[in-house]
Write a new protein. Sequence first.
Length: 268
Amino acid sequence: MNDAWSGGPFGERGTCLLAPNPGMMTLDGTNTWLLREPGATRGVVVDPGPVEDGHLDLLDEQSGDVGLVLVTHHHFDHSEVAEELGRRKGCPVRALSPDLSFGADPLADGEVIDVDGLRLEVVLTPGHTEDSISLLLPAERTLLTGDMVLGRGTTVIAWPDGDLASYFTSIERMRDLAISGAVETLWPAHGPVLHDARGTLEHYLVHRRQRLAQVESALASLGITHPDPDDESLPRRVVEVVYADVDESLWGAAEWSVRAQLAYLARR
């Protein structure tokens, strides 16, 4: 799972084109997913990614005829070239947010999309951001997770846009799809494909609950019984306790999630 990731074909309907934007938050880069029903003329592009070192031109060249561009959430490393790709391909762009949708209505939870026989179902999964969606691809028994689940490690809850209560609900919903047998694999927007969907999602729930308990313990050690969401210094103080064994270069991202955890605890 720690091997370098370079994308490639998966199943009969998916190909991951890796964007050249590796980094601390993006892992090996953004996974742009090219989906097409076998034998179909047009396909679907999910998360066309950033403007980075010719990624748009390569995507334009390799994606062929495209009937629809989908965006899992608004972060620029997923959405930056979406409208331009839609213009080049002469197709609409759709996301949960109206601001990202171009030439078509925003997506709706439970909506079934069909492009030349490729069937996708929209699954509303807020948590990482308020507008995060996942996409169920029933023919592959896979779920495209955007940034809600990563191929390595765990995702950041991008507070205040992200929300921990929503996150728990969404991960439980995704896990239920795995329990039902509808989902066996996860195709994330960063990092490698995950072949144990249920195990991964259960790990996410356990990990986040453990982190929440660690935050509560850190608050107790700081003599705080009820966190003040307006205390701007508190998240860093908690990070210094909970993430003491983590490289300090990651503390900024950890602080986002800690802010989300403190907001969650303040509402309880």
